[in-house]
Each structure stands twice: as structure tokens, then as C-alpha cells.
Design a protein around this ligand. Structure first.
Ligand code: FES
Ligand code: FES
Length: 239
């Protein structure tokens, strides 16, 4: 039985004053360690709560979808749909109407795979909201042929082997159709200006074709044959 006593009144086994001091020291460390762990847990919990709050204020709730009825004229037919107002024309064509000829390449207006005609002008349908196309005549690659009779631009691409995988081809052909009309109207390009052309139908050089088709990329590099196909069909159309 020890003759010493801890200040806390806890049972004491110390034989000497040094033993007693040592045991008191360890006991105080143990108390400090426990207090530290309790405080750390409390800090962790409040930090997590704080972060959750910060995150919820940094990322406000995504706005709820708003739908609206839309009427779209596509390839001569009227389609009535109720769509999220944020739906692009490309997604409308592919996901809602199953017109999958128009392709999604970049979805950022950079590759031209999604090119369609809106009132005869070429547009990147990935950048156009379907709601904005209401009241316009939309033509996709599916609407260019007349049954089994292909459009001359389609014939020309086939004849000149102007594709490899074919992914960019619907967009290339839609662009070609618009290009033919642009030439007939006498619309000038940068190349036309730089070559001094100011009026009438610009001469159809290969440089002119490349410039006018520069919004349509071909990952397979079928460019020489695409230029040949465009040159042939535009000349055949009297451009
Ligand atoms: S998918 Fe539209 S420009 Fe690439
Ligand atoms: S033919 Fe393959 S991307 Fe143009």
C-alpha cells in the first residue's frame, strides 16, 4: 500500500515521490490527449457543416426545367413537340425526332458535323436552340434527296469518293448545298475580296472552295476529294 496520494484521489501505487510525480504527469497527458481528440472531432464536424454550407452557396440549385410546346418545320413536315426550352436543334433532331443524319462532333460549333439548312442558310444546329428555329424551314441531310433520287451534291460526293468514315459527310453535303446558293447570289468570301473580286459570281477556285467549306472539318482528311466533289457539283449547277 502506497503512502502517497494523487491530488485527484485516484488509487496510487507510487513508492517514491518521483514515482508519484511521474504518474501525475502521465495522467495529465492522458487528460490532454482526450481533450484534444474531443475538440478535434468537434472542429471536424463544424468544418464539414461549414463546407457543406459553402458548397451549397457556391453551387446554387440548378434551375428547374421549363418546357414549352414547339412547332418545327423539318424537311417539309410539321412536328409538334413539348421540349425543354434549352434543347438545341441538334438534340431535337437526333434525340426527339430520330433524324440521326446530322452528327454531333464537338457540340461547340467548331466542327460542322451538325450542319443543317435553316431557311436555306447553313447553321451549326448544336448552337441553335430549337425554340429559335420555330417559323423557319429546316432541311437536314434526310430531306435533300427525293426518295431514291439523290441531291446532285450527294451524287457528287459519291462519285468523287469524298469521304472515308462518313461522319462529317452529312454536314459537308449540307454546306455544299448552301454554298451553291451563296455562289449563285454572288456572296463574296474573304478569298473573293483578297483576289480583288467585288461583283457577280466569284470565280470558283479551289482556294475559294476551301475557304467556303472551312467550317466543316474532316478527321479522315478526305479534303482533296471533297474539294473535287464541290467543284464538280457547283460547276454543274452553273455557278
Ligand atoms: S457538333 Fe456542331 S459544330 Fe461540331
Ligand atoms: S470522312 Fe471521316 S471525318 Fe470526314
Amino acid at each position: 500500500m502506497s503512502t502517497y496520494e494523487h491530488a485527484t484521489g485516484a488509487p496510487c501505487t507510487a513508492d517514491t515521490a518521483d514515482d508519484l510525480a511521474e504518474q501525475d504527469l502521465y495522467a495529465s497527458w492522458e487528460i490532454s490527449r482526450r481533450s484534444f481528440l474531443v475538440s478535434a472531432a468537434a472542429v471536424g464536424t463544424s468544418a464539414a457543416a461549414g463546407m457543406a454550407h459553402a458548397e451549397s452557396s457556391a453551387h446554387p440549385k440548378v434551375a428547374e426545367a421549363h418546357t414549352m410546346p414547339m412547332e418545327l418545320r423539318i424537311n417539309g413536315e410539321t412536328h409538334r413537340l413539348t421540349l425543354d426550352t434549352r434543347t438545341t436543334l441538334l438534340d431535337t433532331l437526333r434525340e426527339h425526332l430520330h433524324l440521326t443524319g446530322s452528327k454531333k462532333g464537338c457540340d461547340h460549333g467548331q466542327c460542322g458535323a451538325c450542319t443543317v439548312l435553316v431557311d436555306g442558310r447553313r447553321v451549326n444546329s448544336c448552337l441553335l436552340l430549337a425554340a429559335s428555329a420555330m417559323g423557319s424551314e429546316i432541311t437536314t441531310i434526310e430531306g435533300l434527296s427525293n426518295g431514291d433520287d439523290l441531291h446532285p451534291a450527294q451524287e457528287s460526293f459519291l462519285e468523287h469518293d469524298a469521304f472515308q468514315c462518313g461522319y462529317c459527310t452529312p454536314g459537308q453535303i449540307c454546306s455544299t448545298v448552301a454554298l451553291m446558293d451563296e455562289l449563285k447570289r454572288g456572296d463574296a468570301s474573304v478569298v473573293s475580296f483578297e483576289s480583288g473580286h467585288r461583283e457577280g459570281v466569284p470565280p470558283l477556285t479551289d482556294e475559294e472552295i476551301r475557304e467556303r467549306m472551312s467550317g466543316n472539318l474532316c478527321r479522315c482528311g478526305a479534303y482533296p476529294n471533297i474539294v473535287a466533289a464541290v467543284r464538280a457539283v457547283t460547276k454543274g449547277a452553273g455557278a
